[in-house]
Design a protein around this ligand. Sequence first.
Ligand code: ATP
Ligand code: MG
Length: 808
Amino acid sequence: RRAAIELDYQNLNPEQRRAVLATEGPLLLLAGAGSGKTTVLIHRIANLMKYGRGSDADDVPEWVTEDDLAFLEDYIKDPAPEKKERQERLCKLDSAVPWSIIAITFTNKAAGELKERLERMLGPEANDIWASTFHSACVRILRRDIDRLGYNKSFTIYDSADSERVVKDIIKDFNLDDKAFPAKSILGYISRAKDAMKSGADYVQECDKAGDFRLQKIAKVYAEYERRLREASALDFDDIILLTVRLLQGFEDVREYYQRKFRYVLIDEYQDTNNLQYLLASTLAGRYENICVVGDDDQSIYRFRGATIENILSFEQQYKGSRVIRLEQNYRSTRNILEASNAVIKNNQGRKGKELWTRHDEGDKVNCYTAMNEHDEAQFVSAQILSGYSAGRKWKDHAILYRMNAQSNQIETAFKRNGIPYRIIGGIRFFDRAEVKDMLAYLCVVNNPGDDLRLQRIINNPPRGIGATTIERAQNIAAQEGRSLWEVVRRARAYPELQKSAAKLAAFTDMVEELRRLSGELELPAFYEELVQRTGYAVMLEQKNTVEDRTRLENVQELLTSINGYLENAEEPSLSGFLDEIALYTDLDNHDPNEDCVVMMTMHSAKGLEFPVVFVVGVEEGIFPGIRAIGEMEEMEEERRLCYVAMTRAKEKLYMTCAAQRMLFGRTSANRPSRFVGEIPETFVEKSGRNFLSENDGEGQRVLPTAAERRKAAAIFQGDRGYSVGSSTTHGYAAGAKPTASRPTGGPGKVGGALPSFQKGDMVTHKAFGRGMVTALTPMGGDALVEIAFDNVGTKRLMLKSAAAHME
Ligand code: ATP
Ligand code: MG
């Protein structure tokens, strides 16, 4: 057995191995990025299941002798009580059962990876491990026992957009100025109050005492928000954790059940836990105290959501006799990337301080590129990716990280032009589309008719002649009588105000009732298809029959894919189970890791992930660090930690780009390069781009490029210049009956030479995609959309101007 452990784990370094084998008692694994924390967490679980507890090499130096082994074999046959002590003392070969292990991480993506890796190591048994996010674990706990708190078990989950809608409604109803009381910021207050376990009433009382007018209003909004959600049997994301903690704290038998069940509690990214998550973890581990938390104080990036680094820093005080293991070797990045990241994070005052080292080669220097503007930046990124792809990298080896979702736009456009497949993680996602939300709203109402918010969304959608006035009247009645909207609508005939619409309302409620009945009879996919038809939604889209409506119909049908995906994995599939899963979805889950495309996401979502090539874009003062952080030391340090997270995602090649001028949110601004870039010592950096700003240019003064730098910049931009043929509009294909298009003859680098045409049937060679035949050419503004059937990568549609630059 011992040999087997070492065989499996020979790749781990001694510290990592120690962390894997120290199965019992509290353990804090505190280490920098890429040092193998998550790897250790996964191995700990595998070790627990394969070899059981007590395999700690420290505690059992001479682990299993021949004699012991004979004894143990005997013990298995005859576990007499008097032998128990020796058995336990020896090596406790009772391996952990999967359902006694709970492993929690932050993102769905990380949870998915965790499950996948465990399944690969352990086989189907791994399915019984609770490996999930905080939210999914809590929903699971709540579905079982939330009725103890007086909630209905078929509660609905409101995502952040839903919550915002409710708050906006309240602001309107309270006649508050939505500029002075922006919904998002109010939700921030509500969230922090919940994190401190304050109810609406508590908060109202507190704010009244403090006598702050603004806070008093906010507290009232919170109390009303709480009431409305409760009325609708709805939970927002914070409630999910808050109520779980309340449930565990308030009901001894429930607490006992989970504390006995979870012998081992493991938590990744512990630096980002807030108070509620901390309470949850400590409560679950309350009996055995086999709690292993993993984290890095330098990667704490959710302070704004109430995450507190204190949770890590006080772990040793919280658990007497806890072990702390530190890891110092980084296995992810090249030396240049690692040294550059170390140099940046060093500038933070409030840190424990640690230095990572690596055995890896220096690798390439960090490429800091200054673009002329945001288009240049996007084109630079595209060009690098195309050349990476033609050199044999996969698309998915590349990741684009930005500070705000809004920054993705320009890059997306450039990717579309260049035929680079990409996926945005966390932006507008499938489940945010109106038609998908409509269908989900129907499903929610079928599942829980008391869900007022969803009911409002669909009651007249498709149009059923139920007007806004009727709905408003019904709402007023509901508010007066303290009933749900559904109850009022269902008994419409009983209310004189609703007489006129009573027949229409009855037709609607009959339909919903019928759907509810069907949902109990049919399998989910069949039920969903019935729902799409019976609600009249499909007919509505079919009748309109515009391009957009066809896309909408496709999206409505696409939801079936999600249902089937859910059925494949669910243990006991149900409508409410499906809705839970969706409510917790982020696009991250939707991302099929096997699909080859460039991924784009915010730096926050990139936590824990790694990619061979990383572009951190928009690295400019005012964007990153953001304007709010400038002059605010604590916020600045949080931004710097975020920069450290972003940089340390890269394994082999790191680009940091900025633009001398940028249009964002419709405004043009000229920002200086980020101070973070300036914090990287010259030796690790390679600068390129059109304007070479020195890192100390306090006055924004420009330093002229050397001749070599200029040549280099020209080389990087040759593609760009080559097809910046603004004159292409004059080549007539926009007007021509038979479109032809132009490509540069002078080779890349030549601007506006004489240009021969592409025609349908031409064979072309693209640097990244190889050989292909032009199959279609459609004029489009000053450009053309060219369709090329490539020999090896299938048919692609490219914008001609961009494509021409990559033609050989
Ligand atoms: P982060 O702080 O970013 O979450 P982490 O500390 O969790 O990082 P991991 O993601 O576990 O680090 O590991 C980083 C990379 O190093 C992974 O590719 C992993 O496979 C590799 N790695 C970890 N430990 C070893 C080891 N002992 N030998 C070789 N490679 C390792
Ligand atoms: Mg990790």
